[in-house]
Design a protein around this ligand. Sequence first.
Ligand code: SF4
Length: 242
Amino acid sequence: MLRRWVDGLPELFTDTVDKDGNLLPFDRSRIFAYAFRHTYAQRHADAGTELNTLRDLMDHKSADTTMGYFKVSMEKRRKAVETMRQHVVDRYGNPAPTPSATAYEARSVAVPFGNCKEPSNVKAGGGSCPIRFQCSGCAFYRPDPSFLPAVEDHIRALKADREMARALGTAEFVVRNFSDQIGSFQNVVTSLRRQIEVMPEEDRRHLEEASAVLRKVRAAAAPPTLPVLPVPTVPARRSTDE
Ligand code: SF4
């Protein structure tokens, strides 16, 4: 049925153009059911899904098999960092480009919602935040577009927590803390999204590719080997049913 459907499509193009600017046709023989499984896994890896989560989703016996979806060449990684370092912002969303690719990798460390420049945390590989990852209020916080999905997820989680705090009748300062964090993370998102919106199409595509590469590198980085861009985990919000 799949074969019949694919063969029956009147036209099917890649997003690559020939020298005259015409879209090149897509090779239909490359569309088969098993390929969907690879695409599914690769999209997760590009979006930064954590290695063990993807392993479970794919039902792989060995993490080595899953690791195949996270492979990034040094050259690709270097280019991604070079692109991304120019789009770093501070906690207010003001542009704060990192002076060099080396500085991006060596003088900062990836934490869940952006890079962190706090020296003792950088030295500890990102797992030793002195103020419990309240990054949006921290002068050392340096997010960039590759962290957008993580920041947006975090905003959603903070909003859910705030509702829970209200329902539990907690002190106003608890609710206010959530609101302030939501507001400042939202400033970061708005600024990054604005930056992306005004970029020429070609640059935007490069940035998206660079984001996918860096998310993949971070997602694959896991102890005990020393990660390149390590990401510590913060405790997940507990389900309300527990
Ligand atoms: S709050 Fe975030 S940016 Fe600040 S030191 Fe901790 S991990 Fe780094």
